[in-house]
Design a protein around this ligand. Sequence first.
Ligand code: AG3
Length: 276
Amino acid sequence: MDLWVAEFQTPALKLSCKVKETLRSETTEYQELCVVATEEYGNMLILDGAIQTTEIDEFVYHEMITQVALNSHPNPQHVLIIGGGDGGTLREVIKHPSVSKATLVEIDDRVVAAARDFFPSLSCSFEQPKAEVVIADGIEYVKNHRNHFDIIVVDSTDPVGPAIQLFASSFYQSVYDALKEDGMLVVQSESPFLNKNVIDMAFGGIKQVFPLTKLYLANVPTYPSGLWSFTVGSKVHDPETIKNTPKLDWKYYSPEVHKAAFALPNFVKKIIEPGE
Ligand code: AG3
């Protein structure tokens, strides 16, 4: 019998993948967690019905949510990751030679457990000397730090349920305060085709708090529409200007891709500059 898993990207659109085996299906304290082995994309992590990551295309998202800020900050040393319990973002942050410490704050320890069990290429980061994994509420964690981090990466789920607070201007203000005087924030800000309202919320909220706000794009095949956006809020450094390029074995990111990611199609420009 053929088994398929589907994400309803909208009520009228779904992405279906043929499943070899269901590896885990549980209700955690926070969400429905599912890991399936798929034919095309390898192991896939799904939270509350939304595909979070797959073994085959994870590199695009994880490199792009980290390397743009890491390489446009002149000397990023201490990085905080909110969410991202699968470990992929952490793996990319600690690869960077100037980073001396990366702290991952994930609310749901079952996501970390699923990563350990089924995503060894992501969770390998948990045991690295530069890495610290904290199971806690990221919103509270950020509120308890002042002038502390060079970069904060918000690797959140979609803004539904508790994660909606990670898209609020009050949260961006706490992040601003937790960053050092030349710090940078990066968030995943969803699809310009299907989630314009989320871009409005993230880009608009960050712009209220940070002097410099920019959006960039990457192609993630398993996310809604395949075209994904990230938003950077920066106190000083322009995220488009590359300040350091360590020689790392990236699969998607490169200095050329860094530059190109900020070249926005007109329909995307219109979302973030509605009056112009
Ligand atoms: N976090 C963002 C995933 C959002 C995908 N949305 C969806 N499929 N509807 C990914 C976590 C990876 N570390």
